[in-house]
Design a protein around this ligand. Structure first.
Ligand code: KG4
Ligand code: ZN
Length: 396
């Protein structure tokens, strides 16, 4: 079975082709193309939906072609696309006219490839960005007659921690045997949530941020410190240098909601406290102060995540913790969570994704679709009825 997957929920345009043979457990990545808009959004310190949408629409068909050609030889076509199909493409892509001529070109050049399903992110995310991937899926599904599997982006982040890469070349994945109940800590630029999972695909959100997401706080604090977008990796690097220096920490930032009885989070308070700390210093930050503040922020941000995760492990007798989303790439979170769980609940397994799967990509969307195929919970949807849902919840 071959699945073509499409991801456009935020600022990465991703297309992948994954394959699973009936006789094997292994899922092979045959083709993968990813274009990041980081450079485009870096100058503004965050993602602008309208710009993200245009950049996705410009890149998506060239990436599709690259991923398909990497995955398999494509047969060139004898006859050109009929007027019916041309009109269909025009009507589906009426808000993404950048894609129209690229699609017409693609369909005029190549025969239908050997693909069984198209998996596409339908939410959550930025709706204008999501629509680009969805409309691309509509076009491909209709012209090539391939069924579509709608995928929740957060489920993609969950499965990235549950696969093992075997061959060292980022190409072969197998799903690990997971022990339930499982807890997913989902931490990205748009989400901070704890999700309880008693069975695969059956999710219950037990807590979430009441304001900013943790990744968003990393990005905003990075901006205050004059660091580039996305802020997570830059802050983390400075914080690490500060800790290695052994110097005393001059700053103390709050840990909002750390003692609350629920599993909710709040990150706007730490961000504001950082702003006030900078303001109260009354001078341009020195490099040393920036490093110390980066560490103070990372300490506070990560401590709350670890504390609430531990509380949930205890209350729900959690056997496996999976961490997903861009912030799962944070090495300090990894160290702190692994150490604390190992000490307090040694029977509980903590799984993190490989760093290249932590931030947004299309491999995770294809893997989420395969996870559903393997668990017999895969559902297709008539492509023309697909809709973007920016607030789509992981709960059904
Ligand atoms: O999952 P993702 O790629 O996109 C969303 O779905 O939001 O997550 C991006 C977020 C950004 O806020 C970025 O600053 C954060 O993940 N991030 C990190 C790290 N790498 C990325 N945050 C902390 N430490 C990191 N190493
Ligand atoms: Zn994401």
């Amino acid at each position: 079975m071959k699945i073509l997957s499409i991801e456009t929920s935020c600022d990465e345009t991703g297309i992948s082709v994954l394959q699973k043979e009936n006789s094997s457990e292994t899922i092979t990545l045959l083709g993968n193309a990813l274009a990041s808009q980081i450079a485009l959004h870096a100058q503004y310190g965050g993602v602008f939906p309208a710009m993200a949408k245009r950049a996705h629409a410009e890149k998506i068909v060239p990436l599709l072609k690259a991923a398909l050609l990497e995955a398999q030889p494509l047969h060139t076509k004898e006859s050109s696309l009929g007027t019916d199909n041309k009109e269909l493409i025009l009507s589906i892509c009426k808000r993404e006219d950048e894609m129209v001529s690229d699609f017409v070109d693609l369909f005029n050049t190549y025969e239908k490839p050997d693909i069984d399903y198209i998996a596409v992110t339908v939410g959550p995310g930025l709706e204008p960005a999501l629509w680009v991937g969805i409309n691309a899926a509509k076009v491909l599904s209709t012209v090539w007659n391939i069924p579509v599997i709608p995928v929740n982006h957060m489920e993609g982040h969950v499965v990235t921690a549950a696969v093992t890469e075997e061959s060292g070349d980022k190409k072969s994945y197998t799903f690990q045997e997971l022990q339930f109940p499982l807890l997913a800590l989902l931490v990205s630029g748009g989400h901070t949530e704890l999700v309880l999972t008693k069975n695969y695909g059956d999710y219950e959100k037990i807590g979430q941020t009441r304001d900013d997401a943790v990744g968003e706080a990393f990005d905003k604090v990075a901006r205050m410190l004059g660091l580039p977008y996305p802020g997570g990796p830059a802050i983390s690097k400075m914080a690490k240098e500060f800790r290695a220096s052994g110097k005393a920490q001059p700053f103390e930032l709050p840990r909002p909601m750390i003692h609350s009885q629920d599993y909710d989070f709040s990150y706007s308070g730490i961000k504001t406290a950082t702003l006030y700390t900078i303001r109260d210093l009354g001078h341009e930050l020195t490099d040393e102060e920036k490093m110390a503040l980066a560490a103070a922020f990372e300490d506070a941000a990560i401590e709350v995540l670890v504390k609430k995760t531990i509380k949930a492990i205890e209350e729900f007798n959690i056997q496996t913790v999976v961490v997903g989303g861009g912030v799962a790439g944070n090495t300090y979170l990894r160290e702190q969570l692994m150490q604390t769980v190992q000490k307090k609940f040694p029977q509980t397994t903590v799984l993190f994704p490989e760093p290249w799967l932590a931030t947004d990509n299309a491999v995770m969307i294809g893997l989420a679709a395969f996870a559903r195929v393997l668990n017999n919970t895969m559902a297709t949807q008539d492509a023309l009825t697909l809709k973007a849902n920016g607030n789509l919840s992981i709960e059904r």
